[in-house]
Design a protein around this ligand. Structure first.
Ligand code: SF4
Length: 389
């Protein structure tokens, strides 16, 4: 799927865009002004071809996925983010759920003998679920299945826990890491710029707090991901500001694995009047993210939010990872108006999706160690072997 990038650049009429493209081809960093110009003036074929060029330079056709499952401890939340369709405020918690430690351990035990490699734990911010409660859960999961990678808790949850425990970010991260937390997911970032953050999620951790918690994790040798919720009231300059802050922290620590643009969905939340972005704008977002985030090794499309077919499309616009089988009865996506009402894909379905896009399906672990190359395997053979499901 190689692109003749020089022909694409030569055909571009706008000299400023041609200059940016030459920088990218020559592995020079593009500036915030360059990024803004791409958002404002570049068409999808131009940024798409460049993003595909960068993606193939970094990863060839390799497209990663993993086998994971999710636990959502609670959807009760003390915060009230206006884009959130998921949380139930503490005052209305009769509509919510709170899982006990045993219930969560039983979810883990339900995967005994199955080749999942990661559990992803994220939920609302329940005022009574303390850091000690979660540390106990982490220890029990590790005692039951030591090799299972635990990726859990956004800085929104962590900031609340640490403040209640009167610990700094460094102290709190060390405590949870020692209890068994292996890495951090990318959530809770939304849009960092205060002009937007104050309108959509004013009361939760701010940009500095979010970044400080990831930095604390990186200092301990933990890896993490980063998201950006795009396509609502933010302007292009807010997206660039967001990506620039992440790029700067990555220059400092090198601890991020993956950048994940998350599409805003407007179902059943306080921003239902805000239209959703078009597929063209989604693909431009992914492509420009690949061009801007030059120090992030991976760009991921989160297929439950985007829909599996649009996620497949992103594989031609810079994306080299489409997350995991997820494989559970999670409510976080369907309640947020995602394309996928019951997000789960078998390994065979994920492999098929990647192969249809003429890419190479590679199962990875959380830290991108290659576990299995499915490129030569016929899809119908995957389901024949039950251990591969
Ligand atoms: S986005 Fe997270 S922090 Fe905000 S209300 Fe929803 S669950 Fe709570």
């Amino acid at each position: 799927m190689s692109t003749n990038i020089q022909q694409v650049i030569a055909a571009e009429q706008n000299p400023a865009l041609r200059t940016i493209a030459e920088k990218i081809v020559n592995k020079q960093r593009i500036t915030p002004e360059d990024g803004l110009l791409l958002f404002e003036q570049a068409g999808l074929p131009f940024v798409g071809a460049l993003a595909n060029f960068v993606r193939e330079r970094l990863h060839g056709d390799t497209t990663y996925f993993n086998r994971n499952f999710h636990i959502e401890p609670t959807n009760v939340c003390v915060f009230a983010c206006s884009f959130c369709s998921y949380s139930r405020l503490y005052a209305h918690r009769e509509e919510g759920w709170e899982l006990t430690t045993d219930q969560m351990l039983n979810i883990v035990k339900g995967y005994d003998g199955k080749p999942v490699t990661e559990v992803h734990i994220v939920g609302g911010v329940h005022p009574k679920l303390t850091m000690e409660f979660f540390a106990d859960l982490l220890r029990k999961i590790k005692a039951h299945r030591p090799e299972l990678h635990i990726k859990g808790f956004t800085p929104v949850e962590l900031d609340y826990m640490f403040r209640k425990a009167k610990l700094t970010a460094d102290e709190g991260m060390k405590y949870l890491h020692e209890a068994g937390l292996d890495s951090l997911p990318g959530g809770g970032a939304e849009i960092f710029h205060p002009e937007v953050r104050e309108k959509i999620c004013a009361d939760k951790v701010d940009a500095a707090g979010w970044l400080a918690i990831h930095e604390a994790a990186h200092k301990l040798g933990m890896h993490s991901n980063a998201t950006m919720l795009y396509g609502h009231i933010e302007e292009f300059r807010h997206r660039i500001d967001h990506m620039e802050r992440l790029r700067q922290l990555q220059d400092k620590t090198g601890g991020f694995n993956t950048f994940i643009p998350l599409k805003f969905r407007n179902k059943e939340n306080d921003m239902s009047n805000v239209p959703e972005s078009s597929v063209i704008e989604d693909m431009r977002m992914y492509a420009i993210a690949r061009l801007y985030m030059d120090n992030f090794p991976h760009l991921k499309a989160y297929w439950p939010m985007l829909g599996r077919h649009n996620a497949q499309l992103t594989l031609s616009f810079g994306v080299n990872d489409i997350d995991g089988t997820i494989d559970d009865s999670t409510k976080i996506y369907s309640m947020a108006g995602s394309e996928e009402q019951n997000p789960a894909m078998t390994t065979a379905q994920l492999v098929t999706l990647i192969k249809q896009a003429k890419r190479k399906p590679i199962e990875r672990d959380t830290l991108y160690k290659v576990l299995h190359d499915y490129s030569e395997m016929e899809v119908d053979k995957i389901d024949v072997d039950p251990s591969m499901n």
